[in-house]
Design a protein around this ligand. Sequence first.
Ligand code: PRX
Length: 647
Amino acid sequence: MSELSALLQEDRRFDPSAEFVKHAHVSDPGVYAAAAADPEGFWANFARELEWMQPWSKVLDWQPPHAQWFVGGKLNVAVNCLDRHVRTWRRNKAAFIWEGEPGDRRTLTYFDLHRQVCQFANVLKGLGVTKGDRVALYLPLIPELAIAMLACARIGAVHSVVFGGFSAESLRDRINDAQARVLVTADGGYRRGSIIPLKQMADEALKETPSIEHVVIVKRGHGDIPVHVTEGRDRWYHRLMDDASADCPPEEMDAEDMLYILYTSGTTGKPKGIVHTTAGYLLGVYATTKWVFDLKDDDVYWCTADIGWVTGHSYVVYGPLANGATVVMYEGAPDWPRKDRFWEIIERYGVTIFYTAPTAIRAFMRWGTDWPAGRNLSSLRLLGSVGEPINPEAWIWYHQHIGHERCPVVDTWWQTETGSILISPLPGVTSTKPGSATQPFPGISVKVLTQRGEDVPVGGGLLALTRPWPSMLRGIYGDPERYVQQYWSRWSNGIYFTGDGAKIDEDGYYWLLGRVDDVLNVAGHRIGTMEVESALVDHPNVAEAAVVGRVHQIKGHALCAFVTVKEGVGHSESLADELKGHVAHKIGAIARPDDIIFAADLPKTRSGKIMRRLLRDIADGKTLGDTTTLADPSVVARLKAQYEDET
Ligand code: PRX
């Protein structure tokens, strides 16, 4: 099948309804041309909607590949997310409506949130944290995580959130890379009815984290989670908060001061600390939350991502709070205690905007339509998707069974590195095609290029960003060379390589095809094959390992590990289980391989490179039929092969 005929197969189009267009923030397609004609002017106009302590003198200083946005400007992110709402009628508007997995509930107004953020900012100061210091956060999805992030932002400390599903070793490595002085954790969290003992795991990590001076423990549990408190080092959050003043003047931050570090997987065994700064990042998430989700003051907005991932940073915390939104937060799993937990939450709080991942949508499809049909979803008015390519079948199901054909669907493409959404429909403007993320956001320049950097006007290639954008990463923490090497060296200096394959169709619509490098997307989580391979060869019985992704109907990809064992070690089911457990222990449960395949040898090129393409074919061959879930898996397979041949 040619690429073109594959594209022509998906010719369904969904236009925004007249009703939606009438009330949308953006309904004029002219915004695209206007922003393209003057991108810096476009961003500057948007930036005027934020609150500045000192105006900028220059919108962009671009010394490829280093950008500075809003040069000379001063502002504080917490002020933009809290103080400016507290001064208005939004003071007692709900900022967070939180629900724990066991069913406990809390609502925090903007006034509440402001008070608690100021108090915790004073707690951090009391522990000696000053501007520029790193604070590690290892917490479940509870309001205290957002409070701690905003408290850091208020005093100019840099947070580094570590997803609560990561292992003690992963936490240790991230703390050490960032050289964090304080760790904020919790006794634990709840997931599918069981307890994740975060403090216990943190204690394991803390044996080898010399930079940590203080640990703050949030009491999430109800006395059912045992905690060991180390005198002199560990303190309870609630006790510290009791004594903390709610008066904390915000630090005046430079536009380019660091806001946070967030680790993400790359093509090497070591996760990269992606650095985001103050003004550009805030602007990117503010603008996209407003326009992509068409966010209004009376919306009830729910992004289901964990705050431990970039989606949670940008679209649970900073983007919606900068817009003064009411944000729903839910701690647990979608199928606990029943498979309609999400729909129950939408019904209970009258959620109007719902943002989730294709992997979840495919699981809902499998569970059947009775679950959503049993709940009142009539409050919904817009649906979003993020994290991986959404196959047209899942898009249509989402549109029909959750959106009841009334809600626009926005498929949003972006990355930890991009900070905010870069390719997405504008719901009041764009005619959507199921499976396509459609168009770059106004002011964003995207191209599909060949390996050699030639423009692909129609067809498949590699996705490139050809101009800097405000919320772009400013670097990899502590590794300036890797920043240049990883993102800006594939083509000319100044063109960013995303690592993704993409097709562009005759209407100029973008179709994301998945990673072409050694990064896998498993259930919407980004996992480096090298990280899993390193964890496997760390096991005493393993000689060599190669990890590839196999197409999986729900998770997008499953992790398939080919392993050769050391002399005298037998291949057994129990060893396979042990290896899976070993990886989960070293990295976290999200990286547990789905399959362990014992091989006598791994296929290699003459230069010794493992022929992953062959392994992928073998892995996929076992599950032919599953490949129908992708629009055209052969395209990405071809791109990957080409990429590997040429790198
Ligand atoms: O491959 C793309 C995929 O997720 C990668 C980025 O992962 P991460 O940094 O963890 O951020 C995830 C949340 C933004 C991308 O390189 N990806 C993300 N969104 C989409 C997507 N692939 C296709 N369509 C999307 N909408």
